[in-house]
Design a protein around this ligand. Structure first.
Ligand code: AMP
Ligand code: MG
Length: 426
């Protein structure tokens, strides 16, 4: 843009775009632009790990009938007859119409409904069957003993799962147990991943002078799929203006999220940064953070476009901080604040920007969380992400951080358990 440019100022004017944003502010901007994805009905067999579209409410009591929790005999607890006539048998899924009265009992199996009249089950071990009767050795029988009452697992009308819940084993089992099939879930985000840069070579092909292998595309496929989204396209484009612009337009038209890597810094061939302004509305492109300062965020209609820096670590840190919450919000999930306080186990150099260091968070035997970084934090050193379960949030300051100081960590996975060799001291 030149000084003679007479277009009216708007939020995407260069000067405003180049304002450095705090990561929290940037994340809020991203989340403001997220639209929930449409709802679709999916057969239960294919609903694992999908996001529930509405609250799951128990439509019935569970169990729907009082059921035996032990194999034995259904009796009247108050009955003190020394032996009882066996008037029938109840198996799971097979009931009769007999009624238990004083002096009688019904053989019953775990899970079977209690016959009419009965209010307790005597375990088989406490009984001695003989011909057509049974001798009960147990002296006291409490009403309700070994019986699972109606609605003891689930009460009709109870809200079992909030909308947005991911259907894992227990959750999908609950849905199935309530007889819901198909189930209403959110469509998975359709994501396109585009690596840019003339220097990139397909892994498996020979590498010439100055060339590097495209690793970001594969890292990002794993990151996207790990968050329950669908990669509809992943490819590479060279730094050629027209072709890149056409490809961006095409991918925006086909995707809920477009993720590019590379081409957003200050270099001559950093085309993505310029082209995003042509094909989308750019909301920010400079962040007060390390790594990931040149992250570009734009929207075109409901499609979110993230222009990630090319350095592999910068790309993945940006993904964790901004794209991951966006994918969650698209599925209708509340985006949790996943920060926990941790105690540093060693000194850490401070920087002039908020730094997100890859770290390992571990619980001590006394239940505190301690953290160590993964060694050199160079933004090209992808190994610094291997084994990391957190990003350590290191605010800028003049003096280094010291072992024993507290900082925040953004958990990317569960903290490790305590181990003997670290002994819980920090
Ligand atoms: P850029 O953001 O395009 O200036 O790239 C910054 C650094 O990241 C350069 O060293 C690139 O070679 C590297 N890089 C860019 N794209 C990729 C990629 N897809 N895989 C691995 N490294 C990349
Ligand atoms: Mg480049």
């Amino acid at each position: 843009m030149t000084e003679t440019d007479t277009r009216p100022t708007n939020p995407t004017e260069t000067s405003d775009l180049d304002r450095m944003l705090a990561p929290d502010e940037a994340r809020a901007i991203v989340l403001r632009h997220v639209r929930s994805l449409p709802v679709e009905q999916v057969p239960l067999r294919h609903a694992a790990w999908r996001a529930l579209a509405g609250d799951l409410i128990a439509s019935e009591d569970h169990p729907p009938f009082a059921a035996a929790t032990m194999d034995g005999f259904a009796v009247l607890a108050e009955d003190s007859s020394p032996w009882r006539e066996v008037i029938g048998a109840h198996m799971a899924g097979q009931v009769s119409d007999v009624e238990v009265t004083p002096g009688t009992a019904v053989r019953i199996m775990t899970g079977a409904p209690l016959p009419r009249g009965a209010n307790a089950v005597v375990r088989i071990e406490e009984t001695e069957p003989a011909d057509d009767h049974v001798i009960i050795h147990q002296e006291q029988i409490a009403p309700g003993e070994n019986v699972r009452p109606v609605g003891s697992d689930l009460r009709r009308g109870a809200r079992l799962l909030p909308a947005g819940t991911i259907l894992g084993p227990a959750e999908l089992g609950l849905v199935a147990g309530l007889g819901i099939n198909p189930v209403a879930v959110r469509r998975r985000p359709r994501v396109s991943i585009l690596s840019t840069g003339d220097e990139l070579v397909e892994p498996g092909q020979p590498v010439g002078p100055g060339q590097i292998r495209d690793s970001n595309r594969f890292s990002l496929v794993a990151a996207v799929e790990g968050d329950g989204a669908e990669v509809v396209w992943a490819g590479h484009a060279e730094d050629e203006r027209r072709a890149l612009r056409d490809l961006l337009r095409e991918r925006i038209g086909q995707s809920d999220v477009v993720i590019t890597s590379g081409g957003v810094s200050m270099g001559d061939l950093d085309l993505v940064k310029a082209l995003l302004r042509e094909v989308a509305q750019v909301h920010f492109r400079r962040l007060f953070m390390k790594p990931g300062k040149p992250l570009n965020f734009a929207t075109a209609g409901d499609t979110l476009v993230f222009g990630l820096p090319g350095n592999p670590v910068s790309a993945l840190v940006s993904f964790a901080l901004f794209i991951r919450p966006a994918l969650a919000a698209m599925a209708g999930r509340a985006v949790a604040d996943d920060r926990v306080p941790v105690t540093l186990q060693h000194d850490i150099r401070s920087s002039d920007r908020i730094e997100f260091q890859r770290g390992v968070v571990r619980a001590t035997p006394d239940g505190r969380l301690v953290a160590a970084n993964t060694g050199s934090q160079s933004s090209s050193r992808l190994v610094s992400f291997v084994g990391a379960n957190a990003l350590l949030v290191i605010p800028p300051r003049n003096a280094p951080y010291q072992a024993g100081e507290q900082v925040e960590a953004i958990l990317l996975g569960p903290p490790l358990g305590p181990t003997r060799d670290q002994g819980g001291s920090a």
